[in-house]
Write a protein that binds this ligand. Structure first.
Ligand code: CP3
Length: 356
């Protein structure tokens, strides 16, 4: 499928490896970055986080957020840096109370039903997110020339699930019950998130983000019809809105766990890249997805904990089977805190020193 953004990128001849791969180029050595590449597995992150006090303070202090974004770039020379922030800054900016409890993950003052939508407003959105834009701005000058700056946001469904569940959830029962029982009310929440997220991503681009990733981490929990309504359509709406303002900016979508619905996302959402979770079979992805989008992924993050021969074999297999088309090396989900930092160095070595 030819898309206007792809054409624009080709004309602009982007030099950075990640942008070349997202423009559809097949490269001999793939660009590499890792989800959650800044985080608790790095001692320097733990030290900076200590200084910040709370996690949200870290996200909202440009000095410190810039520093932790740069830490994995200094250590490993990844091809891209992902802005250090969190998907839950959006509920916060809409006026919902959000906090992070050490060792327990995020907590939110849960929305009970559509009457609670009155608690949310777009009015202070950009004011509250200003420190994030400031961080993006600083990063755009602080990064090495060859490093691509990735902005990001959560997809509406995943963010809505935290807003309704009040934190992480095993079965998403409250959020799904709301969506099935009051689809119009739930649609209003999703529409508000589409609006807020599109504005947020556009501002990240205006501050210097060169590509964007949208995380739908909990896309796996819906039957097909609901997946289309609550995951695919909202992500497609965001892609359309961002590209209406910034046609040349490539967008990567991560509908984690979409399984056989991945091709529908590839064909219908208008994205340039698709991030594959660990369970997506490689030859199937090469055949069904790589002909219409750049694929990214999908090493099991636990292999980065295990290391050794298992890591080497799996990383080589991924590169071998996805290097015949446009491809970005990544994990199938984020790095876990137990990851030994030296295993990340080893992974980069495996990917970059393969005989060509
Ligand atoms: C679902 C989700 C969240 N946040 C995010 C997602 C989508 C990706 C995914 O599925 O992992 C996205 C995210 N969160 C963070 C980033 C930073 C950029 C990067 O990838 O390096 C990104 C891209 C920092 C973070 N976000 C969080 C941390 C750890 C907090 C800490 O330092 O105490 C980091 C580094 C906290 C967070 N934030 C969230 C949870 C569930 C948690 C707790 C789990 C955990 O502790 O790992 C919500």
């Amino acid at each position: 499928m030819s898309q206007p953004s792809r054409t624009a990128n080709e004309t602009a001849k982007p030099k950075k490896l990640l942008l070349r791969a997202l423009a559809g180029e097949t490269l001999s050595v793939p660009p590499v970055w890792l989800m959650r590449q800044a985080g608790r597995y790095l001692p320097e992150y733990r030290e900076t986080r200590q200084k910040a006090g709370g996690f949200l303070q870290l996200c909202f202090t440009p000095d410190l957020a810039t520093e932790v974004t740069l830490q994995p770039i200094r250590r490993y020379g990844f091809d891209a840096a992902i802005l250090f922030s969190d998907i839950l800054v959006i509920p916060h900016a809409l006026g919902q109370k959000v906090w992070f409890q050490e060792g327990e993950g995020p907590k939110l003052e849960a929305l009970a039903d559509s009457a609670d939508l009155r608690r949310l407003s777009l009015e202070a959105l950009h004011d509250r997110l200003e420190p994030v834009y400031e961080t993006v701005d600083r990063l755009s000058t602080a990064l090495p020339q060859e490093t691509t700056l990735i902005g990001f946001a959560g997809a509406p469904w995943t963010v809505a699930s935290y807003m309704i569940e009040g934190g992480s959830s095993k079965d998403f029962q409250k959020a799904k019950t709301w969506a099935y029982g009051d689809p119009e009310g739930f649609q209003r929440l999703i529409d508000l998130l589409i609006e807020a997220t599109s504005r947020y991503l556009c501002r990240q681009v205006e501050a210097g983000a060169e590509t964007l990733q949208v995380f739908d981490s909990w896309a796996s929990v819906w039957p097909e019809t609901a997946f289309r309504r609550w995951c695919l359509d909202p992500m497609a709406a965001i892609v359309r809105r961002v590209k209406a303002q910034h046609p040349a900016v490539p967008v990567i979508l991560f509908p984690r766990g979409a399984g056989p619905l991945y091709p529908a996302v590839a064909a219908e959402a208008g994205a340039d890249g698709l991030s594959l979770d660990t369970t997506v079979p490689l030859s199937w992805a090469a055949k069904e997805l790589q002909s219409c989008v750049t694929v990214q992924g999908n090493l099991d993050p636990i292999l980065l904990v295990a290391g050794g021969e298992a890591l080497e074999a799996a990383a080589n297999d991924i590169v071998t089977r996805l290097s015949g088309g446009p491809f970005v090396f990544n994990l199938g989900h984020g790095i876990v805190p137990q990851t030994p930092p030296e295993h990340v160095a080893k992974l980069l070595d495996i990917i970059r020193s393969r005989p060509s």
